[in-house]
Write a protein that binds this ligand. Structure first.
Ligand code: TRP
Length: 334
């Protein structure tokens, strides 16, 4: 049986947080363990260039993402890991896709529209601080996906529209050349972990400033967990686990039995918020402490990461060059 090609990318914009871990990294690695899956993970570094203009920061971020994947259990002998910028075929495919992408399709992209809305709310011109990288972001992402004959893209809800755009663009090309040149990908959302609350209860996101970085030193992690917003109920009062940010995060790490046990302590009263947060801290720390040790080691000397990425790039290009050859012929430049 042919394996299902699963591909996902993460933009390097600082150390991944618990939301990235629960929503993307952990489920993707679980999927990669499936024998029937051929998984490909990459670091979308040129996507970050739209917003990250400090070279040292970008370089550091790339290493942080790679170290995170590896520390969380990605086995580079089984699963491809590479850096987008190391696969120049991506950018040739982007050029081809551009010719088939309606400008109107890009006008409808959520991220672009949100940036325009911000400008309008500040009575600035629509185009203020919007670069072509942001505007054409979905085309580059489509190239990432289509280059590898990807069938399945595990993504968060906010990225589904981008996968649909990749479907659209691939469809236009296949239709034009009357051949299945590009594989039509499907988005896959893990319903269970879709909503990871941040410390204020809204979706965990760096842009809200409510995120908890994944591999903080233990003391700092505990400190951030202690800052999670709760209501003002006193120690003795019975508490409702279902409306609590601490419990919502706990659920994403604990077994069903552990969840039931903690919920009972909430409802019984006599447990203060500090105690609930300590439970959450220990649960998270138990899951990630070995991984943090590997992460710290990889980050202390990044030559190992660089070697793994270089090897990944070579393997990725072997696949990518086939797709590009096929398209060059089909469109008539070769
Ligand atoms: N746009 C994605 C994000 O911001 C990152 C990304 C870039 C990606 N290219 C991709 C994800 C291809 C999946 C497939 O999260």
């Amino acid at each position: 049986m042919d394996k299902t090609v699963v591909l996902t990318g993460i933009k390097p914009t600082g150390m991944p947080h618990l939301g990235n871990y629960l929503g993307a990294i952990r489920p993707a690695l679980k999927r990669a363990d499936d024998e029937s899956v051929e998984a490909r993970f990459f670091i979308a570094d040129y996507h970050s260039l739209n917003t990250m203009r400090n070279a040292e920061e970008l370089r550091g971020s790339i290493h942080e993402i790679a170290a995170t994947w590896l520390a969380c259990g990605l086995d580079p002998s089984k699963t491809l890991i590479y850096k987008q910028s190391d696969v120049p075929e991506t950018f040739e495919l982007t050029t081809i896709l551009m010719a088939f992408t309606a400008k109107g399709l890009m006008n409808r992209a959520h991220a672009y529209k949100a940036a325009v809305d911000v400008n309008r709310s500040k009575e600035q011109s629509d185009d203020h601080q919007i670069n072509m990288g942001l505007y054409t972001y979905p085309v580059l992402m489509a190239a990432d996906i289509l280059l590898f004959d990807t069938q399945e893209v595990p993504v968060g809800k906010d990225q589904v529209q981008h996968v649909e755009m990749a479907q659209d663009i691939a469809g236009v090309i296949n239709h034009n050349y009357k051949a299945p040149l590009l594989t039509i990908p499907e988005a896959r959302i893990d319903e269970k972990v879709m909503l990871v609350p941040g410390s204020d209860g809204r979706k965990m996101s760096k842009s809200y400033g409510n995120h908890i970085p994944l591999f903080l030193p233990e003391k700092k992690l505990r400190k951030m967990i202690m800052k999670i917003v709760t209501n003002s109920q006193g120690m003795e009062e019975p508490k409702d686990p279902e409306t609590c940010n601490v419990f919502a995060l706990y659920k994403l790490f604990a077994t069903a039995e552990e969840q039931t046990a903690l919920a009972q302590r909430y409802r019984a009263g006599g447990m203060g918020w500090g105690e609930a947060k300590q439970e959450l801290f220990e649960k998270i720390n138990d899951e990630i402490k070995d991984q943090r040790a590997i992460y710290d080691e990889l980050m202390a000397d990044t030559t190992k990461i660089d070697a793994i990425l270089a090897q990944g790039a070579e393997q990725a290009r072997a696949v990518a060059s086939q797709t590009i050859q096929r398209l060059r012929k089909a469109v008539g430049v070769a």
